[in-house]
Ligand binder design. Structure first.
Ligand code: NOJ
Length: 555
């Protein structure tokens, strides 16, 4: 029955409407523009779009400050445009998940405006207040260096309010049952409009009960289970995909002891160790991270990614490891952010095509569901002259025309990259569509390959030791079919010896070969049953084998 779970073998594409395609020429991307680009996403093989927040917002945090949960920000179009877009997406078999940002609202939200108006206001208890200045008012900031506090005084309310993020993002009081009931209404509203689930923003902060004068806040996992139940009652196949950059042990609580918590989580832990492996070619910490995040229930699933709309957060690495990644991928101060992260795109960090292919092939081969960031499929760059995380939020580069074909307006929400090797004159969809060797066409082939390798989403996996310490060998088995996937993190070529402990012939007398799924090559074992496989510098190979499930560790 596992095959029922669509999210186990899907490719997710994340985008922000603002910077994807502007059809009405006002400099901001919109639903009509996105609808026009659905054929592009469909041709690439995308199964699901994750839309960043698009609801009405003062837009002081890229839309993560919502002032009305039931609408569409007029900059992106109308509710009618949203429904039309949903229709067009569904017609192509593309699912849509949207951000659910309910840890906090915008301070401009009518609930907060009411809450601050008086102690007896209808919505007062929807937020977290304290009369006196909490002693921990300047502890636990998520954006160190940019954010000064987590409690701020509101003159009108004559009280201090809690905000895990910026002061214009007051936290909702999740301990108030009315707040949770309203959040269910929001969930129900969007599910009714046909979405396939939510990317849940800031989950650990959402379920915490903030107390003044202590930075130790209790987490209430019942709230997550309650949310999951509600989603499933309303729409059986809908999912929750959580954002929680937590340690592996802690993570189990989010999936739920019986797999009854959140369905999917971004694997931040593996993400950071992947970058460590890419920076140093030392794969041991990555192997440990993969083992540490093994899941216990077949219905839960990791989402793997390389870059997203935020900084590349390296906070879970040791100080030494982080310094090594900085030294390789972000040597200048202005490439780093919040004392823990990097504000660059993948291509500019890795600097060459082969290394980028290795990174993407790796991410697609990990136990979980791949999530791609818009623009990475053509190798877009970043603009470090923009502030903070805006560096990686420049408009999509469609063509070599004015404003990269993104818009006809002179002034854009963020400027296009028009200089240097990553400018839209060199890097754009139109060029790459026509070039059979382009990154875009390579990525399209990788997507198709991943979709054919259902062993990854459904099967059991294991890391096989090889004779080469810089080569990662992953093995999957599912219903009598197996995959052997190799990645060489070294800048030098190697020959790997694989002993799959297979008879030379299968029961039908057919030679048991490893069949390369990317190039026209088959590996036959020698007399002792060993395969000798050449791995190029930063090379990767995906093989289908017969049934090698006997290699899986028992227990
Ligand atoms: C996490 C989002 O990814 C980030 O972009 C945002 O600033 C914070 N949550 C606050 O909503």
């Amino acid at each position: 029955m596992l095959e029922e779970l669509w999210y186990k073998n899907s490719i997710i594409y994340s985008l922000d409407l603002e910077t994807f395609m502007d059809l009405n020429g006002d400099g901001v991307g919109d639903f009509e523009g996105l609808a026009r680009r659905l054929d592009y996403l469909n041709a690439m093989g995308i199964d699901c779009i994750w839309l960043a927040p698009f609801q009405p917002t003062p837009n002081k945090d890229n839309g993560y400050d919502i002032s009305d949960y039931y609408g569409v920000d007029p900059r992106h179009g109308s509710s009618g445009n949203f429904v039309e877009f949903m229709h067009q997406a569904n017609k192509r078999g593309i699912k849509v998940i949207i951000d659910l940002v309910v840890n906090h609202t915008s301070d401009q939200h009518p609930w907060f405006q009411d809450a601050r108006s008086s102690e007896n206001a209808r919505h007062r208890d929807w937020y977290v207040w304290n009369k006196a200045k909490p002693s921990d008012w300047n502890e636990g900031m998520v954006f160190p260096g940019v954010q000064d506090s987590t409690w701020s005084y509101d003159k009108k309310a004559k009280a201090w309010y809690f905000h895990r993020f910026h002061d214009f993002q007051p936290d909702l009081n999740w301990d108030n049952p009315e707040v949770r009931a309203e959040i269910k209404r929001i969930i129900g509203f969007w599910l009714e409009l046909g979405i396939a689930g939510f990317r849940v923003d800031a989950v650990p902060f959402m379920i915490e009960s903030p107390e003044p004068n202590t930075s130790k806040h209790e987490l209430n996992f019942d709230y997550l289970r309650e949310m999951r139940r509600f989603v499933q009652w309303r729409r059986g196949e809908a999912i929750l995909l959580g954002e929680a950059n937590v340690m592996p042990e802690e993570n189990k609580k989010y999936f739920g002891e019986e797999g009854n918590g959140i369905h999917m989580m971004f694997n931040f832990y593996v993400n950071q160790h992947m970058f460590y492996a890419l920076a140093t070619s030392n794969i041991e910490p990555l192997v440990e991270a993969l083992e540490a995040t093994r899941t216990d229930f077949p219905t839960v699933q990791w989402a793997h990614f390389l870059r997203n709309h935020d900084e590349l957060d390296l906070g879970r690495l040791t100080d030494e490891q982080r310094e090594e990644v900085f030294a390789r991928f972000a040597p200048d101060d202005d490439m780093q952010l919040y004392d823990r992260g990097i504000r660059r795109r993948l291509s500019t960090m890795l600097g060459n095509r082969q290394h980028s292919e290795l990174a993407y092939s790796l991410m697609f081969s990990l136990p979980g569901t791949p999530v791609i960031r818009y623009g990475d499929e053509i190798g877009m760059g970043d603009d470090l002259s923009l502030k903070e995380r805006d560096a990686v939020r420049t408009p999509m580069q469609w063509t070599d025309d004015y404003q990269a074909g993104f818009s006809t307006a002179d002034k854009l929400v963020h400027p296009v990259i028009d200089k240097g090797p990553y400018s839209y004159h060199h890097i754009n969809v139109e060029n790459q569509r026509r070039d059979p060797d382009s990154l875009l066409n390579w990525m399209t082939a990788l997507i198709r390959l991943r979709q054919e390798c259902t062993e990854i989403g459904f099967g059991d996996w294991q890391i096989l030791k090889t004779n080469k310490p810089k080569i990662l060998c992953l093995h999957y088995s599912w219903q009598g079919s197996s995959l052997i996937i190799l990645h060489n993190f070294d800048e030098k070529a190697h020959e790997v010896i694989l002993d799959l402990k297979l008879e030379k012939k299968d029961k039908q007398g057919k030679e048991q070969k490893l069949i390369d799924l990317m190039v026209n090559y088959e590996s036959e074992a020698d007399d002792k049953g060993k395969h000798y496989i050449t791995m190029e510098a930063y090379g990767y190979r995906w093989f289908r084998a017969g049934d090698v499930s006997h290699l899986l560790k028992k227990g």
